[in-house]
Write a protein that binds this ligand. Sequence first.
Ligand SMILES: NC(=O)c1ccc[n+]([C@@H]2O[C@H](COP(=O)([O-])OP(=O)(O)OC[C@H]3O[C@@H](n4cnc5c(N)ncnc54)[C@H](O)[C@@H]3O)[C@@H](O)[C@H]2O)c1
Length: 357
Amino acid sequence: MTDKNMTFGIVGCGRVTETRHLPALRSLESARVVALADINVDRLNHVADRFHINHRYTDYRRLLSNRSIDNVAVCVPVKFHVEVASAALAAGKHVFLEKPLALGLDESDLLIGRAKESSNKVMVGFNLRWHRLVRRARETIRQGTLGRIQMVRSILTSYHENVPEWRRHRTYGGGVIFEQAVHHFVLWRFLLQSEVEEVFATSRSGKWDDETSTVTARMANGALVCSVFSERTMARNELEIYGERRCMRIDCYRFNGLEETSSFEHPGGIHSRLPNIKDTLRELPIALLKLRHGGSFVDSYRAEWRHFIDAIGRNTPVEPTLADGRSALQVALAVVESASSGHPVKILPEPAKSRPA
Ligand SMILES: NC(=O)c1ccc[n+]([C@@H]2O[C@H](COP(=O)([O-])OP(=O)(O)OC[C@H]3O[C@@H](n4cnc5c(N)ncnc54)[C@H](O)[C@@H]3O)[C@@H](O)[C@H]2O)c1
């Protein structure tokens, strides 16, 4: 199979499919989305009409039995992730599975077990790991430029007024911890190359469970994390990494959102501002290119799809893996436990083979 003729079917025609995945896949020459499935026939027809997709199914199993489809994206509410992804694997498809992996670790392990028995790929949709600034920051941190990392400040907020019923309930994977914060739990581990060891969380509910949460954490390498997550205020998506030599700020919504400052200089000083002005000028041509695809943040969805298609075509490993998804879920479950009990919660180390590469 060459990557020129890869066919896709998508199960679930909700918000993420319509606003992120279909535009991203449509912009890639190597991918053709040929089928959609959704139990809501109005939603199915609305999205299929908008993207001119002919094969439409209200039962996802009929999509899976369509032999002209090589790959399946699972974009249903979390409660159905393991069921649909397992069925897709059993039908011989490569699987792209939206985050979070599942509602519980037992379920995740079931899927991980099934994936091990299959030669097909399973990738988890943590698109921020494919954000160009995140990847650049990770490389800088990996090279040791920042020195020993003391702490991380992490903010992921957005404003929602109406959300689907399942997103109102923690038990169905709703609320900011499962829906949004998992994106940053994955990034802490990805950027610092270290596991989350302990969390302490507080959370407030209003119109729905966990509208806003604060989480502090200790990483295995000693770094401390302080974070805020909300679905009820303005949009921010930022991480600050404070090293002993240098500090780094990543703003995932700005084209020139990667800033580095020496730990020894006053931030207002000309020596710390000049390099950032130079960086902005250097970033401009890249930013203009990315603008065609909605900017660097939206482009992270395109980047994850490009990686998935490439990994299938070349038969190379995909990332993020199911193990990455499991580890983020483990942190989310500990955060929920801490927010409920009012106590810090330790996270049991995962088997060595699932640690970050
Ligand atoms: N990576 C990201 O940035 C991102 C963003 C948003 C959502 N997500 C994830 O994507 C998934 C879907 O989220 P969403 O916001 O699109 O949800 P949504 O509620 O808008 O859409 C889900 C769709 O799945 C359909 N559905 C439900 N059960 C089904 C079944 N058994 N078979 C077929 N269709 C079924 C629903 O009718 C609905 O149209 C969730 O796991 C969510 O966490 C990821």
